[in-house]
Write a new protein. Structure first.
Length: 123
């Protein structure tokens, strides 16, 4: 079976591949970045993260309503996002408000959605 997206012969650029392999070995943050994308690969957590790009902060009850989940489920997902360094919270009396940890997370979410819009427009 022949595909147009697979090399028909083996031709490896040793200099280029060695350079990239060395960089990958030196970069200690690769496993942590992998965890970020795993956290966002869950649709509910991505919905929550996206909602937090639309509002500066949301209480757990608001998040639960937005994603159609119980407060316990929303809280579980929010704690996971917090443990991955994607979200932070503050407590005000009996309410807990979550927000994205920093602008990098906001940008990451917006870039992903913008990319998907561009892909969809090419189809």
């Amino acid at each position: 079976m022949k595909n147009g997206d697979v090399c028909e012969i083996t031709c490896v650029d040793i200099e280029k591949t060695s350079r990239v392999q060395q960089q990958l070995k030196k970069d200690r943050s690769l496993p942590e970045v992998t965890k970020i994308f795993k956290a966002l690969s869950d649709e509910t957590r991505l919905k929550i993260a996206y909602a937090l790009t639309l509002e500066d902060e949301l209480c757990v009850c608001d998040v639960a309503t937005i994603v159609g989940a119980t407060t316990a489920t929303a809280s579980h997902h929010l704690r996971h996002l917090k443990s991955m360094g994607l979200a932070k919270y503050r407590k005000e009396g009996k309410l807990v408000y979550y927000s994205l940890d920093d602008d990098h997370v906001n940008q990451l979410i917006h870039i992903a959605f913008k990319h998907q819009e561009e892909v969809a427009s090419r189809e």
